[in-house]
Design a protein around this ligand. Structure first.
Ligand SMILES: *Cc1c(COP(=O)(O)O)cnc(C)c1O
Length: 243
């Protein structure tokens, strides 16, 4: 309990500090606690410490945790047993999504960060329509050729996003990237900058009313401060919260 709570306090301090440096409101940064391979108990501790955005990278694991947390919330035992102050959890899919998992994914996720093909968007649109949902998504962009396995190439992104405009049951909220692993967090800056510039270019190129793309999901444990400096407003944090 103490460790996760302490870690979150420290993370919030670091975010406040970097935000004051660049004159940004720290409340404009959403921390997603990436809880893959962590327990439901650990997620509860995270929620009690004030982080209610939870990220997972596998649909099946997320469904199990989702059910478990929903059940304990209904019986009043989650969040200290106080049903009066139930905090709604927002679920984020941050890992690669296979088309055969989409049907389950649209049932639980508030935001899917990892849409990297027209085919996947089409299936998301279809399954979201079946349950009468508008699914919020981000487009994953491969900003570094060497390391990232998934994501659209930056030069493909505009065309693909344009095509996705036909899908009425998905809502493209922004872009996501995973920077290459480096020893020095400063080295990830160009990749984050590339994502921000791409977002701005898409806004300039496509009809703006359709594509305000307010979200940039970038920055993890080793590089979230650099990412925030480059315009990130969702950081996805695992180790710095749970270890
Ligand atoms: C695991 C994971 C994270 C969190 O990584 P840390 O380095 O532990 O903060 C963020 N984004 C994605 C896509 C992940 O898979």
């Amino acid at each position: 309990m103490v460790i996760i709570e302490d870690n979150i306090l420290k993370v919030k301090k670091r975010i406040s500090l970097i935000c004051s440096k660049i004159n940004k409101d720290p409340d404009s940064i959403t921390v997603v606690a990436v809880s893959k391979a962590r327990s439901v108990e650990q997620i509860k501790e995270t929620i009690e410490a004030g982080i209610t955005d939870i990220g997972e990278n596998r649909v099946q694991e997320a469904v199990i945790k989702y059910k478990s947390l929903t059940l304990s919330a209904e019986s009043g035992s989650a969040y200290g047993g106080n049903t009066q102050h139930l905090t709604p959890i927002k679920w984020h899919m941050v890992g690669h999504l296979q088309t055969n998992k989409v049907k389950d994914a649209v049932k639980i996720f508030d935001l899917i960060h990892s849409v990297d093909s027209l085919r996947l968007a089409e299936e998301l649109n279809r399954q979201a329509a079946r349950i009468d949902k508008i699914q919020d998504i981000l487009i994953e962009v491969k900003t570094s050729q060497e390391t990232a396995k998934f994501g659209l190439k930056p030069e493909e992104a505009i065309e693909v996003i344009k095509e996705m405009a036909n899908f009425k049951n998905i809502n493209i909220k922004g872009l996501m990237t995973i920077a290459p692993l480096t020893v020095n967090p400063g080295e990830t800056r160009p990749f984050f900058r590339m994502l921000r510039e791409l977002r701005d270019k898409i806004k300039d190129t496509l009809p703006i009313t359709h594509y305000p793309l307010p979200i940039l999901s970038m920055g993890m444990t080793d590089d979230f401060e650099v990412a925030i400096e480059e315009g990130s407003n969702i950081v996805r944090l695992g180790r710095v919260i749970f270890d």
